[in-house]
Design a protein around this ligand. Structure first.
Ligand SMILES: Nc1ncnc2c1ncn2[C@@H]1O[C@H](COP(=O)(O)OP(=O)(O)O)[C@@H](O)[C@H]1O
Ligand SMILES: O=C(O)C1=C[C@@H](OP(=O)(O)O)[C@@H](O)[C@H](O)C1
Ligand SMILES: [Mg+2]
Length: 257
């Protein structure tokens, strides 16, 4: 049975206490003040178990720029939550007879790809208990937000320099919008393209229900920069931010909004 609002609120308070404990213990251990192994995987598991009942089966949509880790973190989150994982790019490829994203752009153009992306999101919006990794451009169409609003959207906010480093390391074969025609090193070219895209669509990411800022995580855990943050650390922060959003939603319901 669905818990009533008051008991849900009480259990949230206990979730908060144990989550705070987990975050503190993780950061204290990482700062090296305590000599004990940090079992990040266990922290992740505990956090997902605490939050999962409050999701009520709602899907989680990861949004963010290309290379922000949506596919990588999405797989981790789906695994710990016991949700199914879907990557929009893969579903689009399947819907075009296994044609790769790069080929779809080349053969049919970006407009066709965006139509397919919306069709995929529409279908996913009818389902429950999914973690969905969207493509970086899904945020540009208001209709896509209407579908994602059936679930909880989470923005992976990664500095452009870190994105460019990741993209330069793996190449741009699967990301046609980053294919370069200029001459220059891979990092600089990726950074230039990403900066232009960010100007066009940066604001759209802020529509998400929750934001996972890698810069904030690095500060919280005392890391010098974001490049040392593992996908599991980021997944833990994503669950914490989702928890914050659920709490806010609950507070609004109690206040009668
Ligand atoms: N926390 C991380 N630290 C370092 N590299 C990462 C991290 N998360 C993802 N990556 C790498 O960055 C690249 C892009 O990740 P991916 O999950 O495909 O991003 P997206 O789906 O948002 O485009 C991949 O090569 C992946 O292995
Ligand atoms: O930002 C974009 O417009 C795109 C991002 C890609 O997905 P990832 O964000 O997973 O790389 C893919 O959907 C396509 O190449 C377009
Ligand atoms: Mg992806």
């Amino acid at each position: 049975m669905e818990p009533n609002v008051a008991s849900k609120q009480r259990s949230y308070d206990s979730v908060k206490v144990s989550c705070t404990f987990n975050s503190l213990s993780a950061s204290v251990l990482e700062s090296g003040n305590v000599h004990a192994p940090i079992d990040e995987a266990q922290v992740l598991k505990n956090k997902s178990q605490e939050i999962e009942p409050y999701l009520s089966g709602r899907c989680i949509y990861l949004v963010g720029m290309m290379g922000s880790g949506k596919t990588t973190v999405g797989k981790i989150l789906s695994g710990v939550l016991g949700y199914s994982f879907f990557d929009c790019d893969t579903l689009i490829e399947q819907s075009v007879d296994g044609t790769s994203v790069a080929e779809i752009f080349k053969l049919y153009g970006e407009g066709f790809f965006r139509e397919k992306e919306t069709e995929v999101l529409q279908k996913l919006s009818l389902m429950r208990q999914l973690v969905v990794s969207t493509g970086g451009g899904a945020v540009t169409r208001p209709i896509n937000w209407r579908y994602m609003q059936k679930g909880i959207s989470v923005w992976l906010d990664v500095p452009l320099e870190a994105l460019a480093q990741r993209i330069a390391a793996v190449g741009t074969d699967s990301r046609p919008l980053l294919h370069q025609c200029e001459s220059g090193d891979a990092y600089t070219e990726a950074l230039n393209r990403l900066s232009t895209l960010w100007e066009e669509r940066g604001e759209a990411y802020a529509n998400a229900n929750a934001r996972v800022s890698l810069e904030n995580i690095a500060v919280k855990l005392g890391h010098k920069d974001v490049s040392s943050l593992t996908p599991v650390t980021i997944a833990i922060e994503a669950l914490e931010q989702i928890e914050g959003f659920l709490k806010e939603e609950d507070d609004m319901a109690i206040a009668g909004y």
